[in-house]
Design a protein around this ligand. Structure first.
Ligand SMILES: Cc1cc2nc3c(=O)[nH]c(=O)nc-3n(C[C@H](O)[C@H](O)[C@H](O)COP(=O)(O)O)c2cc1C
Length: 171
């Protein structure tokens, strides 16, 4: 049976939420990543930075913009060493300035993607998948790509049925 890996980055704290700001105890992407695991099984791996981003949404926006501009690769608390044994990899993250947070790329660039099937999953507040699939294709050399899936962050908690149906169609 094919094995699934769900890699995700998700930021708790103050976030943009349907036109306002809201304090999130659990990040939107984490909710979606857990729905994927529930639907298709597999391992969850959380990408966490050594240095936290600001809990303030407005400050975090600026930090993220600066990292994108510098093509930063922030250091992570733990690194997944390899993809041995996995066939399908769901790469999940919030949309930050149109693509994944730079920390996701820190992890992706350390792995050998040959022969893996990769799916982009993005939570967002209007940008959809943004440039996430384009950027995955650049980094995950040798992989094949499934259909990406975008979830509005403020709808993450209500998205289980759609996420499950989509995830099952990809494995
Ligand atoms: C630094 C930062 C940049 C963001 N940039 C975008 C963006 O370009 N487009 C968009 O639709 N949403 C953007 N958002 C909103 C998030 O993508 C959205 O709230 C997401 O669901 C957060 O997921 P998380 O709780 O898992 O971190 C941004 C949020 C932050 C904190």
């Amino acid at each position: 049976m094919a094995e699934n890996l769900i890699l995700y980055y998700s930021r708790k704290g103050e976030n943009y939420w349907s036109g306002g700001l809201k304090e999130l105890k659990k990040g939107n992407t984490e909710i979606v990543a857990e729905y994927i695991q529930k639907a298709v099984g597999g391992d969850l791996f959380e990408i966490e930075t050594v240095q936290d981003y600001s809990p303030s949404y407005m400050t975090c926006i600026e930090e993220a913009k600066d990292e994108l501009r510098r093509k930063a690769r922030p250091e992570l608390k733990n690194y997944l060493e390899n993809l041995d044994g996995y066939d399908h990899v769901f790469v999940c993250g919030p949309c930050w300035w149109g693509t994944f947070p730079m920390a996701v790329f820190t992890q992706l660039e350390k792995l050998d993607w040959t022969g893996k099937k990769v799916m982009a999953v993005m939570t967002h507040e209007g940008s959809g998948l943004g440039g996430s699939e384009r950027d995955l294709k650049k980094i995950c050399q040798g992989a094949t790509f499934g259909k990406g899936f975008a979830v509005a962050g403020h709808d993450a908690a209500n998205s289980e049925a759609q996420v499950a149906a989509w995830a099952k169609s990809q494995v």
